[in-house]
Design a protein around this ligand. Structure first.
Ligand code: DC
Length: 228
């Protein structure tokens, strides 16, 4: 670019769980000096708030009624991504089995999605150099004008093996079943389901190491930046 600073670059990374989305997105953002947003953490945070406040997760209208109550704040430094709800650090509690098993139901409620999507768009808008936003509907719904859209995939076996590794030796078969169930729920919901945008680059990570995936995405971002 000849005059002034480069324009911010917006990168959307979508895909199901266990494809290496978070590790890849964080590393790419860190390497390129971009901000980073984990949108799954935001849906987990609002789910944590619902559980903590005794909201009936089986009742979408009860969830919709209180969708605007929790104040969710995401820190976007890829070296130290933070998440708070009403000022409380919930980075640990949002990873419990209870929240994981309830997050698909909460995130399917349109009022919840509208609220969280608004937060995501405002964070992306305020990123000065650019941002890597990871999730399920970023390329299709949240940031349809993103400069680069990546859709990560991997076989269910590879995804389950990675997740069980993260969960320190959890049973691979049980993890695989839980992942498949959650992906089916996330892909079949009516409002902004997990989906690949038509203009997204699909990267199958089954046979790739994490460093290979990172390198591939960094190259794609650099190409886009050079063309801006
Ligand atoms: O990425 P994760 O596993 O932490 O995401 C948790 C859940 O949040 C996932 O099962 C579906 C939901 N989610 C969503 O609906 N839309 C997003 N953009 C990100 C996550």
């Amino acid at each position: 670019m000849e005059n002034g600073a480069a324009k911010p670059v917006i990168v959307a990374i979508d895909g199901p769980s266990g494809t290496g989305k978070s590790s890849t997105s964080k590393a790419v953002a860190a390497q390129l000096g971009l901000s980073y947003l984990d949108t799954g953490a935001q849906y987990r945070a609002i789910t944590w708030w619902m559980v903590t406040n005794g909201i009936d997760i089986e009742d979408p209208s009860a969830i919709a009624d209180v969708a605007g109550k929790a104040e969710i704040v995401s820190g976007t430094d890829p070296g130290n991504p933070t998440i708070t709800v009403d000022g409380t650090d919930v980075s640990g509690p949002i990873r419990t089995q209870e929240v994981t098993s309830k997050v698909s139901a909460v995130s399917a409620v349109p009022e919840v999605r509208a609220r969280i999507t608004e937060l995501q768009r405002s964070l992306a808008k305020s990123a000065e150099i650019g941002i890597v936003v990871e999730g399920r509907d970023i390329g299709t719904t949240v940031l349809p004008d993103a400069d680069l859209k990546i859709f990560l995939t991997a076989s269910p076996e590879a995804r389950a093996a990675r997740r069980s590794g993260e969960l320190k030796g959890a049973d691979v078969n049980a993890t695989r079943e839980a992942l498949i169930k959650r992906d089916a729920a996330d892909s079949s919901r009516k409002t902004s389901p997990l989906a690949k945008a038509d203009d997204a680059v699909e990267v199958d990570t089954t046979e790739l190491t994490l460093s290979q995936v990172i390198e591939c995405v960094v190259t794609l971002v650099e190409e886009k930046r050079a063309a801006k």
